[in-house]
Design a protein around this ligand. Structure first.
Ligand SMILES: [Zn+2]
Ligand SMILES: [Zn+2]
Ligand SMILES: [Zn+2]
Ligand SMILES: [Zn+2]
Ligand SMILES: [Zn+2]
Length: 594
């Protein structure tokens, strides 16, 4: 059909957004009405339904064992430990309900998810992992979220095929990686951001294929560079002795010098590698993607995708999904799915809508926690014929009798779950990491806020009393409860106020010559997040003023095509104009850095 662009006012934030002809074609293809919430409100709605870092001590409602859970013991949800949840002693269809045409769909779904057992923390095919969730095929991991096939990883988010690594987020194929963000194929590398294929290096930003480099920005296939300065092998080996990362004071100095160079060196307006026809930021090996952020390896014909990859096609509004999926819409944490709309934390689905924690299911609607099922609605089993007859009636009912939330927003077929039905509070869910708000602000927006549980431990070691050098750390540190330098005060980063060092972790720091951390794992993760751009775009002008950058921090090294007059190029960038970075267009950037 021939569509025209249409401007719509978002039900939630009241800003205007445009539905393009290509979008209408997509909604037509999946037979879902166009959205009534803007792309950002759709993203925040999904993030509110993803839980990572809030953990509780609880008891499994099936076997009575002590467990670590994403659900506070006070919640009304029924919670099972992983082995009970995956066991055969129960089946989700036991909780099946008839569809009630006198109630809204969203109310009925919310009632259902309150009675079907939840898995304390979602783990699949994983062994010897502690405090992890959203992981699949992992081994010996601690405090890892959304990991895939990774071994011996500690405090990582989305490690994929990674081993022996600590404090690193969104990394693929890494080995002995420490403090990295969005960096792939690295070995023995520390503090690497948006840098791939590095070896024996530290403090890198946007470097590709570098080895024996320290404190470098925007380099390609270099060796023996320190703060972007080339050394001979012998000089490098002498010079690098000064940068002993086992020493906390030297790490702080290195970070300072690195950030100085970072702000002095122009950034490409978008971090895009080996991709064609894409708009967004941090896109690798993908094509035909619009308004996508942090997508990698085979994302094609997609829009509004955030942190997804490994073959994801023809999809809209996906967060943490992919791994051979197509036609996903408004989905989170879902992998190996085809035609799955409004689903969360699921895998191997075909033709599923408005469901969560479903595994190997097809033709299900409004279901929670099912495995190997077909033709279910609100967890009740139907025959194929009954199912096909009932689904159109339910969709019509959702259109005619929408759910209305307490602020008057309405939710029909085609809208995501209402935020007030999220199982978690604002500051417990992933939304706090990307759209951080303070308690008062959250209350004002009518989201719920969760007060962290009272700590029942005593800090035994102050941060200031930690040895400066890793070589001076005694094994006794394993018995200490160490204060987080932020100590929860003025800290809006889910600070757990204290932390421990684990035996394998200590061995790693000693082997890699890394000073002990001073912050709790949550604060460490939030500090890394500060180095990335938000999932938003700003229309900006190139900051090249002819022979230097507008802020005079960077002198061009070569004459640009626009000569000595300012560059007039404009672009969409995720670096807002309030930030300090120097942002160059593709031409000016390539003139300087290739
Ligand atoms: Zn909005
Ligand atoms: Zn159990
Ligand atoms: Zn902390
Ligand atoms: Zn330019
Ligand atoms: Zn220029």
């Amino acid at each position: 059909m021939d569509y025209k662009p249409q401007n719509v006012i978002c039900q939630n934030c009241k800003t205007q957004f445009t539905i393009e002809p290509e979008d209408f074609n997509f909604y037509e293809k999946i037979k879902v009405p166009p959205p009534t919430f803007c792309p950002e409100c759709r993203l925040t709605g999904r993030l509110l339904n993803i839980m990572e870092r809030t953990l509780y001590n609880d008891i499994c409602d099936n076997c009575g064992k002590k467990i670590i859970s994403h659900f506070s013991p006070e919640t009304s949800y029924k919670v099972f430990c992983s082995s009970c949840w995956w066991g055969d002693s129960w089946d989700g269809t036991e909780y099946g309900k008839d569809y009630d045409f006198n109630k809204t769909f969203f109310e009925q779904f919310h009632e259902l998810r309150k009675i079907v057992p939840c898995q304390a923390m979602n783990m699949k095919n994983s062994t010897d992992c502690k405090y992890c969730s959203g992981i699949d095929r992992c081994k010996n991991c601690v405090y890892v979220f959304s990991g895939l096939q990774s071994i011996n990883c500690y405090y990582c988010v989305t490690p994929i095929f990674v081993k022996d690594s600590i404090d690193s987020d969104f990394i693929i194929n890494g080995d002995h990686v420490y403090e990295a963000f969005n960096s792939n194929q690295n070995y023995n590398t520390k503090f690497a951001y948006f840098s791939d294929g590095s070896l024996d290096s530290a403090f890198l930003f946007n470097c590709l294929g570098c080895s024996n480099c320290f404190g470098c920005v925007n380099l390609r296939n270099q060796k023996y560079c320190i703060f972007n300065k080339q050394y001979s092998k012998e000089e490098y080996q002498k010079e690098i002795q000064k940068w002993d990362l086992g020493d906390y004071k030297i790490v702080q100095k290195a970070e300072q010098e690195f950030m100085k160079l970072f702000y002095k060196t122009p950034k490409h307006f978008a971090n895009i590698i080996n991709s064609t026809n894409v708009i967004g930021d941090n896109i690798k090996n993908s094509r035909n993607c619009k308004i996508c952020f942090s997508v990698f390896n085979g994302v094609e014909n997609c829009k509004y995708i955030f942190y997804s990859g490994l073959l994801l096609k023809d999809s809209y509004d996906v967060t943490l999904g992919g791994d051979t999926s197509e036609l996903l819409y408004q989905a989170t944490g879902s992998t190996r799915c085809q035609k799955a709309f409004f689903v969360r934390a699921s895998s191997n689905l075909v033709d599923v809508e408005y469901s969560e924690n479903l595994y190997n299911c097809s033709n299900c609607f409004g279901c929670a926690k099912l495995r190997h099922k077909k033709y279910c609605i609100l967890n009740k089993q139907y025959s194929k014929e009954e199912y096909k007859k009932l689904i159109p009636k339910i969709k019509e009912h959702m259109m005619n009798v929408p759910y209305k939330d307490k602020d008057g927003r309405i939710y029909k077929y085609g809208d995501y779950f209402p935020p007030e039905h999220s199982m978690w509070a604002y500051n417990e869910s992933l939304i706090q990491q990307y759209f951080p708000l303070k308690k008062e602000e959250v209350k004002k927006c009518n989201f719920s806020w969760h007060n962290p549980p009272e700590r029942d431990y005593q800090i035994t070691l102050k941060t200031k009393d930690l040895p400066n050098h890793i070589k001076d750390v005694d094994d006794s540190v394993l018995n200490e409860i160490i204060e987080c330098e932020h100590n929860g005060k003025e800290c809006n980063q889910q600070c757990s106020t204290a932390f421990r060092i684990l035996p394998n972790e200590l061995q790693f720091y000693r082997q890699m010559n890394i000073t002990l951390p001073r912050l709790c794992p949550n604060c460490r993760h939030y500090e890394r997040l500060k180095k990335i751009n938000p999932p938003k775009l700003w229309h900006r002008k190139c900051m090249c003023n002819g022979v230097e950058s507008y802020n005079k921090e960077y002198k061009n090294t070569i004459k640009h095509s626009h000569g000595d007059s300012p560059c007039m190029n404009e672009f969409e960038t995720a670096i807002s104009d309030e930030r300090r970075e120097i942002v160059y267009c593709k031409k000016c950037y390539q003139a300087e850095f290739v």
